[in-house]
Write a protein that binds this ligand. Structure first.
Ligand SMILES: C[S@@+](CC[C@H](N)C(=O)[O-])C[C@H]1O[C@@H](n2cnc3c(N)ncnc32)[C@H](O)[C@@H]1O
Length: 246
């Protein structure tokens, strides 16, 4: 029996409904344009974390805004690498990273989002539900890099712990995890709780703020070392790089 995190069906269904509501009100084009219809307009080589975060790799005439990558990872952790995205949603990042990575695996709790992600993806992109442990087992130890995009902001201490254990399970020794936690919780960015708060079962997309010490604690709990923590007050983020030491 694999010791991997299992997300309750009730939480999965709530995320399905979040996506349903989001897609009814927002511009769906970035989520539905097929990868082979995108124009590859940028390159990442030599970029640092901040530059990759802001970078635009691909575009389409139907886009009403530029799709920035918004992941806190330097180019050398992405280009030509085996990359996992935790919380991939409908696969937007995979459609853009697919141009430059060797292999991409998207993992999510919403089967609605995953069904969209599989449609029109690059051939080097695969998608697995977080509770499909037998499928995840086939990916153990194969990846260089795990990223989250608008993802760790929605995790409290306990759920982040389960997800970082999964990240460690998927990584090769020496691999890295690139997290986008919330930096502080004074309410300006919607409902933001302290990292140690219980998960809000009603509002699954609530935010949780991690302190520097929370990050040190959760990394220690799962056996990852902390490479860097970068607080970005403008974006209300604590960007964190963790490493699975060999
Ligand atoms: C704000 S969305 C970001 C989606 C995508 N990364 C993007 O940038 O378009 C957060 C995603 O995380 C997924 N999610 C939330 N909690 C999760 C968990 N514990 N395990 C896997 N996926 C989860 C949700 O279903 C949702 O698709």
């Amino acid at each position: 029996m694999l010791d991997l995190v299992t997300i309750p069906q009730e939480v999965a269904s709530r995320w399905d409904r979040e996506w349903g509501a989001y897609l009814l009100t927002e511009d769906v084009n970035p989520f539905v344009v097929e990868a082979d219809c995108l124009e590859h307009v940028g390159a990442l080589d030599g970029l640092d974390e901040r530059q990759v975060f802001d970078a635009v790799l691909a575009s389409h005439p139907s886009y009403t805004f530029a799709v920035q990558l918004r992941i806190w990872a330097s180019a050398d952790r992405i280009v030509g690498r085996h990359v996992v995205e935790l919380g991939c949603g409908p696969g937007l990042l995979g459609k853009h990273l697919g141009f430059v990575v060797d292999r991409y695996l998207g993992i999510d709790v919403s089967r609605v989002a995953l069904a969209m992600a599989r449609g029109g993806a690059h051939p080097n992109c695969r998608f697995v539900h977080i509770n499909d442990h037998d499928l995840l087992a086939g990916h153990a130890g194969l990846y260089d890099t795990v990223v989250g995009r608008e993802f760790f902001i929605h995790q409290n201490y306990e759920s982040a712990k389960g997800l970082l254990r999964l990240a460690r399970f998927l990584l090769k020794p020496g691999g890295t995890v690139h997290c986008d936690f919330f930096a502080r919780g004074d309410g300006e960015a919607g409902t933001v709780y302290d990292a140690r708060a219980e998960h809000d079962a009603e509002q699954v997309s609530s935010g949780y703020a991690f302190s520097e010490q929370d990050v040190l604690d959760v990394a220690r709990d799962v056996g990852l070392s902390v490479v860097s923590q970068t607080e970005d007050c403008r974006a209300w983020r604590r960007f964190v790089v963790l490493r699975f030491d060999d």
